[in-house]
Design a protein around this ligand. Structure first.
Ligand code: MN
Length: 299
């Protein structure tokens, strides 16, 4: 039922540490792309991350671990979603994640456009009743629908807020939204750390930093959705809608590490990488981000 990649899998791991049965961590590539609003190419994101991951070191100098040897990391064959109706594709994603959770895997989903997160969160929310969702993103993605499509990537968090209480959503790095979204945030108690407010020190009480403010608002079980456009375009220019004034690498990883130390992160995704031919640093950065998440979140 679960076909895995034995070559060119995540980190390019040999069979001994990448079999499905013996691996605690499962990489789930979902090359889903429907509702492009500006730049295209997110369907190529998972492949680019897997390819670049061959250049990521097995050893993590920060945690001192070789996590693939400890836990095993298996990579599924990319889910076939091309040509399916969007509801059919989204159901298929949810069913697959549910089956992986049934087998007690730590699931890392690679997009694809952000829309897929609603299906993944639906599966997680079934099993984890006090789930919080942490969203790193430039956009709040809270439009009720966008361009007539309620399954647009610009509406994915509106769908997530139909699955769980909006007060369980914490957004970080937001710097592009419409008035409807700003109103939704205020009226429904979403916690939003806007990029300009992070920079101005609104959440900072010396010597604590903005990440502590966010952590205080997150329940013990958390799902992390990471839209790569949350990072500054100087780090990840390869995304459909890059926005200036983004998060930087060190502060983002510090937040993720604290998240792993203080909460139980039950799953995560990295979405919206749209590779640029001939520019490989964004692909490698995204692959390294995935590796760091596994190091921080999986004990
Ligand atoms: Mn997004």
């Amino acid at each position: 039922m679960f076909e895995t990649l034995s070559k060119s899998n995540f980190l390019w791991i040999g069979r001994e540490f990448s079999s499905f049965e013996d691996s605690r961590v499962v990489i789930f590539p979902v090359p889903y792309e429907r509702s492009v609003s500006y730049g295209a190419g997110t369907r190529l994101g998972p492949g680019a991350i897997l390819k670049a991951s061959g250049q990521v070191e097995f050893f993590d100098e920060e945690t001192g671990r070789e996590v693939y040897r400890e836990l095993g990391i298996s990579t599924l064959r990319p889910l076939r979603v091309a040509g399916l109706r969007q509801e059919t594709a989204l159901d298929k994603i949810r069913e697959r994640v549910d089956a992986l959770l049934e087998r007690e895997k730590f699931v890392v989903t690679l997009g694809g456009e952000h829309t897929i997160t609603q299906s993944v969160v639906a599966a997680f929310a079934d099993r984890f009743k006090n789930l919080s969702v942490v969203q790193i993103d430039a956009h709040s993605d809270l439009r009720h629908e966008y361009q007539g499509n309620k399954y647009s990537h610009a509406s994915v968090m509106a769908r997530v807020c139909e699955i769980l209480d909006p007060r369980r959503l914490v957004q970080v790095g937001i710097r592009a939204q419409c008035r409807e979204e700003a109103d939704f945030i205020r009226q429904n108690g979403v916690t939003t750390l806007y990029a300009h407010e992070i920079r101005e020190g609104k959440f900072t009480k010396t010597p604590a930093t903005w990440d502590d403010y966010a952590l205080e608002r997150i329940s013990d079980e958390v799902y992390l959705t990471f839209d790569v456009d949350g990072l500054d375009p100087s780090i990840i220019p390869a995304t459909g809608t890059p926005e200036p004034n983004g998060l930087f690498w060190h502060e983002t990883l510090r937040f993720l590490r604290k998240l792993g130390d203080r909460k139980r992160v039950v799953g995560c995704d990295v979405v919206e990488l749209a590779p640029i031919r001939g520019l490989h640093h964004p692909d490698l950065s995204a692959a390294k981000l995935v590796s760091k998440m596994i190091n921080y979140f999986c004990r």
